[in-house]
Design a protein around this ligand. Structure first.
Ligand code: DC
Length: 232
């Protein structure tokens, strides 16, 4: 990257949206990015990709050094798709969009995410998404670690029961046979791993605005976020 480009990137505003799984960050991030014409960083996808790529290369999900090499060498392309569709993800040219969204991929991501070397290997790749006219970054440590100087930081939550219920409806709509109690346990276990790890744990930045989406519609959340960004 040229000196001029990296200077321009620093000028690009960043909105960070952190919070636990299922709080609605992904949907809101997509809507906000579209509304503002900003680019989007789905940082969770990078952890999901690291776990998926490791499994394919037969690297153990407990081998920190091996995982860090996988993370540093990820051959990934994010292709924006139609509204409401997830961003298309190509891993070494193969479309892994659907595989990345499975519960297994999410759980495996949360197993590789605690390793400091994995997080370090992904850091610059995430910062490179900061481009004009702006960036909306979705994750767990966007406001605390990756973009500590972001102009607007939001920490989005919802009760574990509501998050399990939303996930249950999404999976049922896809025709999958799931039990809401199992989803609730998985969500609670993942929250626990994300919040209690030593490196970059899930927690609000000191200057984050808190947004509890329990009982709110997507439109209500969107309006609230836009008001935080000063764009309503
Ligand atoms: O947002 P997601 O569900 O796609 O994230 C999958 C896992 O990746 C999540 O359990 C924790 C981890 N993660 C992280 O540690 N840091 C991020 N910035 C994003 C995700």
């Amino acid at each position: 990257m040229s000196v001029q480009n990296s200077f321009q990137n620093k000028l690009a505003p960043v909105l960070t949206i952190d919070g636990p799984s299922g709080a609605g960050k992904g949907t809101i991030t997509q809507l906000i990015a579209k509304k503002l014409g900003w680019s989007l960083l789905d940082s969770g996808a990078l952890y999901r990709l690291t776990a998926l790529s490791a499994s394919r290369q037969e690297v153990s999900l407990e081998d920190e050094d091996g995982l860090a090499l996988v993370a540093a060498g990820l051959d990934v392309i994010f292709q924006p798709s139609g509204f409401g569709e997830p961003v298309k993800v190509l891993l070494a040219g193969e479309d892994v969009t659907l595989e990345l969204r499975t519960e297994v991929a999410g759980n495996n991501a949360s197993k590789v995410a605690p390793f400091p070397k994995v997080r370090a290997a992904l850091l610059q790749r995430q910062r490179d998404f900061q481009q004009l006219p702006g960036l909306v970054a979705d994750g767990r440590d966007m406001g605390t670690v990756v973009f500590p100087e972001a102009q607007t930081k939001i920490f989005m939550t919802a009760s574990a029961e509501e998050r399990a219920d939303r996930r249950y409806k999404q999976l049922k709509a896809k025709g999958l046979d799931v039990k809401i109690d199992d989803l609730l346990v998985e969500i609670q276990e993942r929250d626990d791993r994300d919040m209690n790890r030593a490196t970059a744990p899930l927690k609000p930045a000191a200057d984050a605005l808190m947004l509890d989406t329990t009982g709110l519609s997507i439109e209500q959340v969107l309006d609230q976020v836009l008001s935080y960004v000063g764009r309503t």
